[in-house]
Ligand binder design. Structure first.
Ligand code: GTP
Ligand code: MG
Length: 272
């Protein structure tokens, strides 16, 4: 008698589209090259418009075919880039930890993307990974881990420290990226909620960032120079409620809270 062994059915393979974004020269192409070709090119070869490549990866029992669109960061290529934002499931947002401007530009990269996607701009259906790149160049580093992580995680994005030069963080970052995209596709195209809820609010994260970058104590408390005791105390109480370490788990909240306490003390000393 013939017996039929039921065939193991693999889940259907997935096709996904990912794009890389970030200022020119931050290392987008090198990160992709390090992952796909396991090599590093020290000479800067600016991407002209877009580079396209395909790679296959295995996530659990699924084969994923990844179409990678590596964008040029130079403003000159805006007209070429804007065609390619649509229908992406994943975005690599890259900055250079040695160039503050490239970190501060991340918001405008998100802005360009939203604008070009128009009515399609449903950012909850896209997995974002922030790569703090060139961590091998420790001496020239100006954006620390806390600041980068805070920016990323307060938006529900993953954060990885990477070096295309040494390979640090690259495989881990891509594994997390592809596995999250697969989770999202299996979750009906929505980013799973657990990734988004990080235990602190965007307001808390933005406030910590503002405090870190404030130029003096007045600025830190968000009051005008020459403000009264009452105004200083009112601003202090608002920040204390928002950032008190018992209530706020955002990275850097403790330092920000201490800075606010010190700012208030030094201002009150000089106000009659
Ligand atoms: P555009 O295509 O112009 O947008 O730039 P890009 O972001 O693709 O930068 P690219 O990958 O071409 O790298 C720019 C320069 O930085 C090159 O000289 C790379 O060798 C160098 N580079 C990239 N990643 C790293 C890194 O992790 N460490 C170090 N030390 N250098 C890096
Ligand atoms: Mg490039």
């Amino acid at each position: 008698m013939e017996t039929t062994v039921p065939k193991r059915r693999d889940k259907k393979s997935l096709r996904v589209k990912v794009i890389s974004l970030g200022n020119a020269e931050v290392g987008k192409s090198c990160i992709i090259k390090r992952y796909c070709e396991k090599r590093f090119v020290p000479k800067y070869l600016a991407t002209i418009g877009i580079d396209y490549g395909v790679t296959k990866v295995q996530v659990r029992d699924r084969e994923i075919k990844v179409n990678i669109f590596d964008m040029a960061g130079h403003p000159f290529f805006y007209e070429v880039r804007n065609e390619f934002y649509k229908d992406s499931q994943g975005v690599l947002l890259v900055y250079d930890v040695g160039v503050r401007e490239s970190f501060e530009a991340l918001d405008s990269w998100l802005g360009e993307m939203k604008q070009e996607m128009g009515s399609q701009a449903n950012m909850d259906s896209i997995v974002f990974i922030v790569c703090a790149n060139k961590v091998d160049l420790t001496k020239r580093r100006v954006v620390d881990e806390g600041e980068g992580r805070l920016w990323a995680e307060s938006r529900g994005f993953h954060y990885f420290e990477t070096s295309a030069q040494s390979g640090e963080g690259i495989n881990e970052m891509f594994q997390a990226f592809f596995s999250s995209i697969t989770d999202m596709c299996e979750n009906g195209g929505k980013r799973p909620v657990s990734e988004v809820s990080v235990g602190f609010t965007k307001e808390q994260a933005d406030t910590i960032r503002r405090i870190r970058n404030s130029k003096d104590s007045w600025d830190m408390l968000g009051v005008k120079p020459g403000a009264t005791r009452e105004e200083v105390n009112k601003a202090y109480r608002k920040l204390a409620v928002l950032l008190h370490p018992d209530k706020c788990v955002a990275p850097g909240s403790e330092d920000a809270f201490k800075a606010v306490v010190n700012a208030r003390t030094s201002l009150l000393k000089n106000i009659k």
